[in-house]
Design a protein around this ligand. Sequence first.
Ligand SMILES: Nc1ncnc2c1ncn2[C@@H]1O[C@H](COP(=O)(O)OP(=O)(O)O)[C@@H](O)[C@H]1O
Ligand SMILES: [Mg+2]
Length: 470
Amino acid sequence: MRFDLHQVLDSARDGVFIVGRDHRLVLFNHACEELYNVSRQDVVNKACWKLSDFEKSWKEAARAGGRISYGELGAKKERMVLPHKSGKQVWVETIYTPILDEENNEIAYVMGVIKDITELKDMEREKERLQQEIGKIRGELGSKYDFSSIVGRSAPIMQVMKLAAEVAQENTTVMLVGESGTGKELVAKAIHYNSRRADKPFVALNCSAFPETLIESELFGYEKGAFTGAEKTKPGKIQLAYGGTLFLDEVTEMSPATQAKILRVIQEREFEPLGSVKPQRADIRIIAATNKDLEALVKKGQFRDDLFYRLFVYPIVIPPLRERPEDLGPLIDHLLEKFNHDMAKRIQGISPEALGMLKSYHWPGNVRELQNVMERLMILSKGEVIQVEDLPRYVVESMKLNHSREPETNDGIPPGFSLEDTVNQFEGRIIQKALKQCGHNKSRAANLLGLSRSTFRYKLSRLKGFENRN
Ligand SMILES: Nc1ncnc2c1ncn2[C@@H]1O[C@H](COP(=O)(O)OP(=O)(O)O)[C@@H](O)[C@H]1O
Ligand SMILES: [Mg+2]
């Protein structure tokens, strides 16, 4: 087959031109015509002064007098904008390559290859815009999860904030211990957004939300084909958190095998996605959380002791809301303001009686429960001030019980006192205590209280029924 160089070059998508020593164009392919919006008859054999940017490069080459090496000139790249006939601006990148006349050891020609990089330029611009946006959002998130977002000025919560602020800047693993709803995740975010990793992701994994078999693929990710159904490679939370913080919530819910793998991540900063043998670096800071007595689980052999020591480097205990009643007032004010804003309402406040009841309630669900109660109150409340009648029944009932705690310190029997409720409540507390003491083993708790197992179970179910009552 005959081979026509011009024809071949004309079908190339990139622009190709060649200029001789006399600055005259000797070749100008079809793509060049399109890009420069000139016809080749008008430019070939003419000095290419129109291609001013090329000229610069040619002069450079000429100045070098042919003594320039391929390596030095070959890499010369230039980016510029060409006004396209469509009216749009076209970004091009030209790579100049000298063609040497080996006999005379001088540059005989210079070849330019021009690529339309408009799409690439658009992508670069979009990337820059997204990066700016991410920076802005991270900044907003940062202030949302600043320590100032943690409401409450009681001594215990101040201590939590002090400990958290002191460790934030380090890469130290932090263990947050506290009942559900006490604000563990909130504190974890405050630590992250006040750390040197603040502009990198905060990624949370709730270990109790996944069956054991799925936790590992959530954590470590997997390679395509690692198991049936793994149709494409999926990054795990460790990869997603790269450079940032991984929050391991309910960390006690990990299987022994996963515990061993997490231990390796902490010790060696390495892991392998499922189905891969290539170790990857884990550049993460770990913040773990639990509402269980981790030490007790270690003693029972349900949690690895070596992992326990790695996680318990810097424990922060967040006390339940009932142990810091001073925080209730500020939290309620904060929630009133938040929900007024979110729901476009104008509820002024809470009547003193209703506030008193909220303060004497024992808040088993802590701040999360308070948040839910306040939200419901503000949806349902008709007036400008929340009244006792608006409160959920279980809060009011618990108020009666609390009143009855110390009837002998009062002058008489307080209003609303009920002997039955008082006895039930006392019994409930004893049962809870026994259960706690026996590590929630019902037979042992029954034994401890001198009850048969069936009586104990009956009392326990009654207690649960009472707690769930609304
Ligand atoms: N001290 C606090 N100030 C303001 N909001 C809080 C506080 N503690 C908890 N919250 C809110 O209560 C809810 C539950 O907190 P979260 O951090 O998820 O608790 P945990 O992780 O301990 O279960 C969240 O909406 C959180 O923002
Ligand atoms: Mg939580």
